[in-house]
Design a protein around this ligand. Sequence first.
Ligand code: KIV
Ligand code: NA
Length: 275
Amino acid sequence: VKRMTVPQFAARKGSPEPLVTLTAYSAPMARLLDPHCDMLLVGDSVGMALYGMDSTLGVTVEMIINHGLAVMRGSQKALVALDMPFGSYEASKELAFETAARMLAQTGAQAVKLEGGRAQAETVHFLTERGIPVIGHVGLRPQSVLSTGGYTAQGREEADWQPILDDAKAIADAGAFALVVEAVAEPLAEKITDLVAPVVIGIGASARCDGQILVTEDMLGLFDWSPRFVRQYAALGPGISDAVAAYAKDVRSRNFPGDEQVYKMRAKKPVIKNS
Ligand code: KIV
Ligand code: NA
């Protein structure tokens, strides 16, 4: 099986068949998602989804590298992209290149994603000119939560559209092959999709984007809360609770382990007398 390449992914711009993408952080989950997905993103959402952090700000490059290695081991055909953590790229284009090169070299993943618009355009250009495929991320940018004060949808008043459009255009012109557009009003997401050359991957955006992404644990219903843009395709949280309650009941009643789960002594070989 050959992995989806960056050019193959980018060639889906305007395609009638949208790109299917999800986050992944572990090998077993990657193995389950890979047959269905065009891209797996090792998102810095790992900080919240797996580590219980209350924002993505504490996620480190080492965390993304370790989870990236796991996702590479668990997947065969999906493109694998890595989020650049907060603090690992913003200070300069050189810092961004060094971090991105190390992340890709150590994992074998194929692309990096970084948050920001016009302020990151020079960095995106620097990276793409040097062989690093970049995914941009505009609209709601979780790494800026301290400045913005919360996670709120963007562009719900037409007066707020221009800066977001300028951000999307700047990242597109800088050479990004894909652009995540998060939590923006549907018509703005559609306008960005029509306007820019990179494939636009929506999350809380529009069904008219070139593809969609969700945090896997959100769409599997692992948490009691998720943003309004998540559709829950399973209820893993309640499913796990029920399973653990049944296990606890069996242990307490000495119903577990049962005959199938214990090792019996081997039967003694009969001794055949030779006379
Ligand atoms: O960190 C993440 O999971 C993301 C996607 C939801 C786009 O950035
Ligand atoms: Na992210």
